[in-house]
Design a protein around this ligand. Structure first.
Ligand code: GCU
Length: 420
């Protein structure tokens, strides 16, 4: 080959590979100190944290990131749509409940609940939203097929963005139902599209209009986006679980993968009834420290998914330093409750090290309560779970997903707190 052509090829190839790789993380950043309030005062006690710094951080997230959740209380009505006491070969009870948010029954979500049979006492529960409809989490033919709109259009399971019979169990690899039940836990799940379709064009197709003032046609810049709406739905599911005698509602672990991991963290930050919070590969806008600018950034996320966060969050596109919080403070809002952050080795888009560091930098708040968090600034290696205290972390070998390995760690972690 002619020498100049070879040189040109090398230049083109290296430019292409640089584009496909992440830029190195920015290491020059300074994170807001989780304990230092905006007036410059250092938080020295649990009392000061709970009275001053925690409310301040929560408000900063509401005003600048996820947006405010409306305070208006909606009267809820729960209707049991089906119960099968011998589901999954007799090992479980499957209950389906429709939670209505309006008297005209126009607004509702469908909760699918599996409970282990023969538990003998109320059980702890993992609660999480799902992407594919309740029927996607298990092939059990008794599960109602969601008639809602889906982002998916991959036939035969989803045709023209609607689910078919073929969608049954298509995401069972993310939901280890039998393993969860065998460990003595219940599982509650809801299709996130019941609350708001995951599309920038469909902000008014979910429950948001229930909260509009007269004449309002879209959430204001400081009001919630879809992540706030989905998180609200998780709290309403917990309202239901509190009425369910077979469930120990003081032992509910809220869990979510990816955008639904961002959602689980926000639900857990706002609603202290969630006893454990689990973030699976939540990345940007979830557990990852945003000032590292590694993998996805605020701007990239806000452009691709403008409906997820508040209008105000767009102000920080490419201006991470100006954001008055960073995401270790989202983790700190959960303290002292146990929180588990999980990454995956091939999921560099979600910045595994940044996800770890948010747990590490939230640790001083856990320490205020006299409990341990993450003690080393260096993330652990692959498949090496860490955290003897109230913050757990692992980086699973593999892709962006929620897998058996992840569930094994979550169950082990939850056992430590729920089986005392
Ligand atoms: C995209 C998005 C992430 C998100 C993920 C998911 O990759 O950029 O922010 O977490 O989708 O929800 O699967």
């Amino acid at each position: 080959m002619n020498k100049s052509i070879a040189v040109l090829l090398i230049i083109v190839c290296s430019a292409l590979s640089a584009r496909s790789q992440n830029k190195p993380a920015d290491t020059s950043y300074t994170l807001p100190d989780v304990l230092v309030s905006q007036s410059g005062k250092k938080t020295a006690s649990v009392k000061e944290w709970e009275k001053i710094r925690r409310p301040e951080i929560l408000k900063l997230f509401e005003d600048n990131v996820q947006g405010k959740t409306p305070g208006k209380k909606i009267p809820l009505k729960f209707a049991i749509t089906s119960v099968n006491a011998s589901a999954l070969n007799g090992t479980a009870t499957r209950k389906q409940v429709r939670a209505y948010f309006s008297a005209d029954e126009k607004y509702y979500m469908d909760i699918l609940l599996y409970l282990p049979n023969n538990a003998g006492k109320p059980v702890p529960v993992f609660l999480g939203l799902n992407f594919g409809g309740n029927q996607s989490i298990h092939a059990d033919t008794g599960i109602l097929i969601s008639r809602r709109w889906f982002r998916y259009a991959n036939a035969p399971a989803y045709i023209d963005h609607y689910a078919t019979e073929a969608s049954r169990g298509v995401q069972s690899y993310d939901w280890e139902v039998e393993k969860i039940l065998a460990a003595g836990y219940g599982l509650a799940t809801i299709y996130y599209g019941d609350l708001q379709p995951d599309s920038a064009a469909s902000v008014n197709a979910g429950i948001a209009p229930l909260f509009y003032d007269t004449g309002q046609t879209a959430p204001a810049d400081d009001q919630w986006g879809a992540i706030g709406v989905w998180a609200w739905g998780l709290s309403r599911a917990l309202d239901y679980l509190e009425t369910e005698k077979t469930v120990d509602a003081k032992k509910v672990a809220v869990i979510g993968h990816s955008r639904l991991g961002k959602t689980a963290l926000w639900a857990g930050a706002q609603d202290k009834r969630f006893a454990i919070v689990i973030s699976n590969n939540s990345g940007e806008g979830g557990a990852a420290v945003t000032r590292r600018k590694y993998g996805e950034t605020i701007e990239v996320m806000n452009k691709a998914f403008p409906h997820w966060f508040s209008g105000n969050f767009k102000k920080y596109n490419n201006r991470e330093e100006e954001l008055p919080v960073d995401f270790h403070e989202l983790i700190a809002l959960i303290a002292p409750r146990p929180v588990y952050i999980a990454s995956a080795s091939e999921d560099q888009w979600a910045d595994p090290a940044g996800e770890y560091l948010s747990g590490y930098y939230a640790t001083p708040v856990y320490n205020l309560y006299g409990v341990k968090g993450l003690t080393s600034v260096t993330p652990p290696g692959i498949n090496t779970p860490v955290g003897e205290g109230n913050i757990g972390y692992h980086m699973r070998q593999g892709e962006h997903a929620m897998r058996l390995y992840d569930w094994q760690q979550y169950i082990r972690f939850a056992d430590r707190f729920f089986r005392k």
